[in-house]
Design a protein around this ligand. Sequence first.
Ligand code: SF4
Length: 378
Amino acid sequence: MKAIVLFSGGLDSILAACLLKSQGVEVVGLNMVTPFHDCSKESIERAKEIGIELVVRHFGEEYMQLLARPKWGYGANVNPCLDCRVAMCREAKKLMEEIGADFVATGEVSGQRPNSQKMHQLALISRESELGGKLVRPLSARVLPRTEMEADGKLDREKLRSFTGRSRTKLVAYARQAFGLKTIPQPSTGCVLCENSYAPRVRDMLKHKENPTIWDAKALAWGRRLRIDENAYCVVGRRLTDCQALDALFADPARSRCVLLSPDNYMGASVLLVTDEAPEFGVENPEISEKLESYIQTAGALSLRFSNPEKYSSAPGGPACRVYVGATKILVPVREDPEADKIAVIMESNEPEKKKEAKPDEAPESAPAEDASERDSE
Ligand code: SF4
């Protein structure tokens, strides 16, 4: 028997895979990379550690449609978890059919996450992914309706588990005692859509673009985002890596219309100005509208706002930027502008939230094993 296990490399998916392996099931892990969550590196390491094959697949532009119009809404931030889980399970179903596996399993624990793992939500995911009775949650199976795999006697329901609720203590103890796992991954979704500091930028994108693309998602990840008006925003580099990323975003043929400003005679911040007023990718000698000219002036003022005045005030002839418009480069003098200084940065904090370092879980080695009272229902 062969199963596809949706595998993030977190504790729950590791346990689901180990539990099925212990029942003699051949496990193939599937790691799904979204434009906002890439845990493929960790999942490759964890898959090696527990000795399973791993397939990594990426969501494409369809994920952006899901984000823009989630059928089942958002969680606490802009995380469309139910839609996302359904989409992942559909991908798992595809892989199951491709390689002739018998069923799909996940590490979901009933009641663990308020936005996607309540009983009725688990049922919804099974139904909407069209996996139905072929979707097994080994960690909570005994508190969930019997699946096709259990009914057919292919999986021994009694050997599956009945974990529920949000506490990880018993899962950690089970991991150590049943499978001898020494390193327990920290609980973290790693999905920036759940982060308070990231969500305002995503909301700004969704508010102003009906059909955002993966390029738009990539532009969220760098520098400071500042909106000039309904039709234009700027991404201002904070450090060298941001400025290099802005160069790469501008060079991408799949990009939205934009203009790149790069300081010419001072050390300072590059700015990507994104607006429909900008010409298409690669256009030679494009016409520059009055509106675009005014946006470029504001973008130049933003470059100065986030640069060191000592560096640009001594620039010979006054500060200037190389401005890349379509396939054409022009030199444009830039100056400070009090109005540009009033534009708010669309972030709740100045830095993305720090990722928690992966270190062994602190639960004591002697934590009690799962027992008849393991239910930790909400
Ligand atoms: S946290 Fe992010 S990756 Fe995880 S289910 Fe929700 S939207 Fe998808």
